[in-house]
Each structure stands twice: as structure tokens, then as C-alpha cells.
Design a protein around this ligand. Structure first.
Ligand code: KG4
Ligand code: ZN
Length: 348
């Protein structure tokens, strides 16, 4: 029998019902049922629709994950679940399912932080995370720079967005370009045939004055407005909107700031390892730019493969597995779902 723990992780913070199974750092199953198509016509996730979809998808997704991993539920050593942050009703479905499994199997439960899980998932691909590392988390709801000294306890926020999250900016710009939801993947695709220097969009919080107060913070709402104004002016002039150029130039503005600030955080903390996680980390330009600029500075960059960047259960299982490996005390069986769980609270 393997000495490494078998951990099942459940993720329901937004519109993905994710169930992952890991043994130690080895990924055995990553099963995701998404309700994204049910939200597309609203241009954003509708919380009640997401909760209902989680309820319907939970049992079949757990069953599929077990089949894929070739394990029975009774073999699982621990259950991990996203306790927050996220949509309250959606989180509740995952937490309730995890409690039911833990109680019926007589196994410990770990209620973990969704953001820390986005960082932990990289260990499944690239092995133990060097400590300390700088982590940049870029998703639909969050954009944060973190200094990680211990993935299970020591996550220190250095900065965050002061308005829109990076993924939110992708979603809003895609909507105004008529490209649909979610916006990140379509803009990424459109941008490939456009020019990133066609339009000089603003880089938020990068002037010397901004850097004094917001060195590691982000702002994307001014950029979104600049794109909207540019497109409106173009439409008024009667000329066609060059979608691919707008997409590429907008994407470059986001990615340029993200990479600049992440590498500045590494330099200022004397840390040579950067891990990038969250849905926006799937962006092809972000991955290339981070890699090339980091190489110039001697910083090592780790980014999970795109499928592990967007929300999934494997990330929760990965963080749960780390909790078990480091002997952390499990959560109480009456653990709450916390829609605004702060990043410093890695384990409930
Ligand atoms: O981490 P995630 O799946 O869910 C949250 O926790 O929010 O991130 C979803 C976000 C969406 O805003 C989506 O547009 C963005 O990640 N995203 C991307 C790409 N793929 C997903 N943004 C830019 N480029 C991509 N390829
Ligand atoms: Zn996420």
C-alpha cells in the first residue's frame, strides 16, 4: 500500500463542479462539469443557476472521478473542499457534499481557500513549490500578488486589484466586442491574428506616482473604459472595428502590467520563483511573456497547463493533500462556507 494519502477534492465556488483525486502529488482524476453554457446568454454567471447545476452534477461527477482514478470512495483518506471565497450558494453545495462524504466514510475534512488551491495545483505538474515563492493569481474574481512561505499557512498578500479582476476585464471587453462569454479564451484566440502594438492602451497603476502607493496593486477598469471609448469613436467614424487588433492590444496591456508587477515583486522580495495560477494564467500571451521576461532576470516561472488553471477539483485535492502531508488539523465537521474568505485563511 502506498504511504501517500489519497485525497478527493471538491470545487463549486463558481460555475464549475470539479472533483479531483490525487495521491500525494500525483493526479489520478480531474473531472469537471461546467454550467457555463447556461450563463452565456446573460454575459456572466447567474448564482442561482450555478447552485442548481452543482446540485445536479455533484453525484455523477464524484462517481466519474472515482471511475477515472480507479478507486472506491472507501479508499479515500481525506476529503478537501473549497470553503471560500466564491458564490455563497454555490459554495454551500460543495461544502454540504464534502461533509456528507466525510461523515459517511469516517474521514477527515479540510475546508480550504480557493485562491491557495489555484497555487497548490502547480505541484501536481512541477513538483514541490519552492518556499518562499511569489504567486500571481489571476482569475475572473481575483487578481493578487502573494508571497508564499508555507502553502498551508503562510500566504501573505502583497497587492491586489483595486477595481476589476484581470479575467473580469477580459470578459467585459469581449462583451463590448460582441465576442461572447467567457471572454478570455475568445480574446486569446482573436489576438493571434491581430497586432499587439496597433493601439496604445493604458497600463493601469504604472506611473511613478501610482507606484508609490500601489506598487503591487492592479487596476483594469480604466483600460476597459479606454477600449470602450476607442471602439465607440471608431463606430462613429463609420469605419469597421478591427476586432483582432483591439483584442491583441488590449491583451498586451493586461499581460504587460501583470508580468511587470509580478517580476517586480520577485525582485523586491529577493525571490527567484514565480508561480502563476487562475483562469487568466491559461492565456497564451501571458505564458510566453512571463517566461521570456523572467528568463532575462533569472526568475523561474511555473504555470500549470491551461486545463488546471481554470477552476477544477484537482487543485482542491492538491491543497488538501498538502494539508495531510504537513499534519495540519482538519476542519470541524460544521465548517462554514465563507463567500469572502480572506487569502490569509488557507484552512478553515
Ligand atoms: O479561475 P477561473 O476559472 O474562475 C475564477 O475563479 O474566477 O477564471 C475564469 C476567468 C474568466 O474571466 C475567463 O475569461 C478567464 O479566466 N480566462 C482567460 C483565459 N481562459 C480563461 N483569460 C485570458 N485568456 C485565457 N486564455
Ligand atoms: Zn478560480
Amino acid at each position: 500500500m502506498s504511504s501517500e494519502p489519497l485525497v478527493l477534492g471538491i470545487e463549486t465556488s463558481c460555475d464549475e463542479t470539479g472533483v479531483g483525486i490525487v495521491r500525494g502529488h500525483t493526479l489520478l482524476a480531474d473531472t469537471v462539469a461546467s454550467s457555463v453554457e447556461e450563463h452565456a446568454r446573460f454575459g456572466g454567471v447567474v448564482p442561482e443557476v450555478a447552485s442548481r447545476a452543482h446540485l445536479e452534477a455533484m453525484v455523477p461527477t464524484v462517481e466519474r472521478a472515482c471511475t477515472t482514478a480507479g478507486v472506491a470512495l472507501r479508499d479515500v483518506d481525506a476529503i478537501a473542499v473549497t470553503a471560500g471565497p466564491g458564490l455563497a450558494g454555490a459554495l454551500l453545495v460543495g461544502v454540504a457534499a464534502a461533509k456528507a462524504l466525510a461523515l459517511s466514510l469516517g474521514k477527515p475534512i479540510y475546508g480550504v481557500n480557493h485562491l491557495a488551491a489555484h497555487v497548490a495545483v502547480d505541484q501536481l505538474e512541477h513538483g514541490p513549490l519552492p518556499e518562499p515563492s511569489i504567486a500571481m493569481l489571476v482569475s475572473g474574481g481575483h487578481s493578487s500578488l502573494l508571497r508564499v512561505t508555507d502553502l498551508t499557512t503562510g500566504v501573505e498578500p502583497l497587492g491586489a486589484t483595486i477595481d476589476d479582476a484581470a479575467g473580469e476585464a477580459f470578459d467585459k471587453v469581449a462583451r463590448l466586442l460582441g465576442l461572447g462569454f467567457p471572454g478570455g479564451p475568445v480574446i486569446d484566440r482573436e489576438a493571434r491574428s491581430g497586432s499587439s502594438i496597433a493601439i496604445d492602451f493604458p497600463r493601469g497603476l504604472t506611473t511613478n506616482r501610482d507606484l508609490e502607493r500601489h506598487r503591487f496593486d492592479f487596476s483594469f477598469s480604466g483600460l476597459k473604459t479606454a477600449v470602450a471609448r476607442w471602439v465607440e469613436a471608431r463606430e462613429r467614424s463609420g469605419e469597421p472595428v478591427p476586432i483582432a487588433d483591439v483584442a491583441a492590444s488590449f491583451q498586451e496591456a493586461v499581460v504587460d502590467v501583470l508580468v511587470r508587477k509580478a517580476l517586480d515583486a520577485c525582485a523586491s522580495s529577493g525571490v527567484e520563483d514565480l508561480v502563476i495560477g487562475g483562469g487568466v494564467a491559461a492565456n497564451s500571451r501571458l505564458r510566453v511573456l512571463a517566461e521570456s521576461r523572467a528568463a532575462e532576470l533569472g526568475v523561474r516561472v511555473r504555470v500549470p497547463r491551461p486545463g488546471l488553471c481554470t477552476d477544477n477539483g484537482a487543485m482542491v485535492a492538491a491543497l488538501g493533500s498538502e494539508m495531510v502531508a504537513r499534519g495540519r488539523t482538519p476542519s470541524a465537521l460544521d465548517l462554514p462556507a465563507d463567500s469572502s474568505q480572506p487569502i490569509e485563511s488557507v484552512l478553515v
